[in-house]
Write a protein that binds this ligand. Structure first.
Ligand code: NAD
Length: 293
C-alpha cells in the first residue's frame, strides 16, 4: 500500500523506500521539526541531541524549567532552532496550548515523541489515590494528550511523519524482583494505545512506534519519590540514553513499530506468553458458537 501522499513516481527518490512495503517511513530528518516531551533529561534529552545532530529543529517540553534551560544551552551550538516550553503532560489544556505554540513557532512538525514519564514503585495497596492519579496522569494521559493535540500537527501537512510513544519493557511483563506494578499498568496502557494508534493511522503516511526500553541509565530513579534500591541499581547499570536515542531514530527510518533496547526479559516474556497461550488452549471451543457455561 502506498501512503496517501506519495505517488509511485516520487517514492523511489524521496521518502518511501519500497512501494510494496506498507510501513510508513520518514527517511530524511534534515530540515524537519520534532516535538519531544520529557526533553529536559534522560532519553528525551538524548533524543533531542540525536535529532539536532541530524538537522532537526526542536520543540522541547518538560515540567522542569531549569532542566529545559540547560537543555537549550546544551543544544545551542547545533545551529538548529530550539523552542522550549514548560508544561505538565498530565494537563490536557497545557498540551493543547503547547501544540498551538509549537506549530506557530516551528511550522510543520514531522516527528512527535510522547516520552515524559515517571517511576511509580511500591506495592499496589500501599499507593495513595494521589500516587495512582500521578502515575496514570503523566504516563498514560500524557500520551493521550499528545495523541489528541500533537497528532493533528502531523496530519496537517500530508507528508510522511512519525509518532513515538515511550512505554517500557514493563509494558509487557510485570517484574517480580521488585514492586512496580503501578508503573507496569501505565506502560501496558501505553502499548495498547500505541497498537490502536498504529491500526488507526494505517495508510495515512503517519508511522507509529512504541519505544520499549529495558533499563536505561537516566536520572529516572532520582526523580522518583520511592524508587527501590534494586531499581536504582538496575537503572544505573542500564543502556546509555544516547544509544537508545540513536536506536529509536534508526527504527523510525526502518518503519519499526516495537522498539526494544537491550534487555534480559525474553525468557520472562516467553514464560508469560506461554502461560497465556496454554490458558487459551484450555478455553472452550467457539467453532459452534460461544459456550454458555
Ligand atoms: N530509564 C529507564 O530505565 C526507562 C526504562 C523504560 C522506560 N523508560 C521511560 O522512558 C521515559 C523517559 O524516562 P527517563 O528514563 O529518560 O527519565 P528522566 O526522569 O530522566 O526523564 C523524564 C523527564 O520527564 C519529565 N516529566 C516528568 N513529569 C512530567 C510532566 N508531568 N510533564 C512534563 N514532563 C514531565 C521529567 O522532568 C524528566 O525531564 C519515561 O516514559 C520512562 O517511563 C525509562
Amino acid at each position: 500500500m502506498i501512503p496517501h501522499n506519495i505517488t509511485s513516481n516520487d517514492s523511489q527518490q524521496t521518502t518511501c523506500e519500497s512501494i510494496t512495503d506498507a510501513r510508513p517511513r520518514l527517511h530524511d530528518f534534515r530540515g524537519k521539526a520534532a516535538v519531544i516531551t520529557g526533553a529536559a533529561s534522560g532519553i528525551g534529552l538524548a533524543l533531542a541531541e540525536a535529532l539536532a545532530a541530524r538537522g532537526v529543529d526542536l520543540a522541547l517540553a518538560d515540567i522542569d524549567a531549569h532542566g529545559l534551560d540547560a537543555a537549550r544551552a546544551r543544544l545551542a551550538s547545533t545551529g538548529r532552532r530550539i523552542f522550549t516550553r514548560v508544561l505538565d503532560v498530565s494537563s490536557d489544556a497545557d498540551v493543547r496550548d503547547a501544540a498551538a505554540e509549537f506549530e506557530a513557532e516551528l511550522g510543520s512538525v514531522h516527528l512527535v515523541f510522547n516520552n515524559a514519564g515517571i517511576d511509580m514503585s511500591g506495592e499496589l495497596a500501599s499507593l495513595s489515590e494521589q500516587d495512582w492519579q500521578r502515575a496514570f496522569g503523566i504516563n498514560v494521559f500524557g500520551v493521550i494528550h499528545g495523541i489528541r493535540h500533537f497528532l493533528p500537527l502531523l496530519r496537517r501537512h500530508g507528508e510522511p511523519a512519525h509518532i513515538v510513544n515511550t512505554a517500557s519493557g514493563a509494558g509487557f511483563w510485570v517484574n517480580s524482583d521488585f514492586p512496580m506494578g503501578a508503573y507496569a499498568a501505565t506502560k501496558y496502557s501505553v502499548v495498547a494505545l500505541s497498537e490502536a494508534l498504529e491500526q488507526e493511522l494505517s495508510g495515512t503516511g503517519i508511522g507509529v512506534s512504541v519505544l520499549c526500553p529495558g533499563p536505561v541509565k537516566t536520572p529516572i530513579a532520582e526523580h522518583s519519590i520511592r524508587a527501590s534500591e534494586q531499581f536504582k541499581a538496575i537503572v544505573a547499570a542500564g543502556t546509555p540514553p544516547e544509544r537508545v536515542a540513536s536506536q529509536a531514530l534508526e527504527a523510525i527510518r526502518a518503519g519499526e513499530f516495537y522498539i526494544f533496547t537491550p534487555t534480559r526479559m525474553r525468557p520472562r516474556l516467553e514464560k508469560r506468553f506461554g502461560r497465556i497461550l496454554d490458558a487459551l488452549e484450555r478455553a472452550p471451543d467457539m467453532t459452534n458458537g460461544p459456550a454458555t457455561t
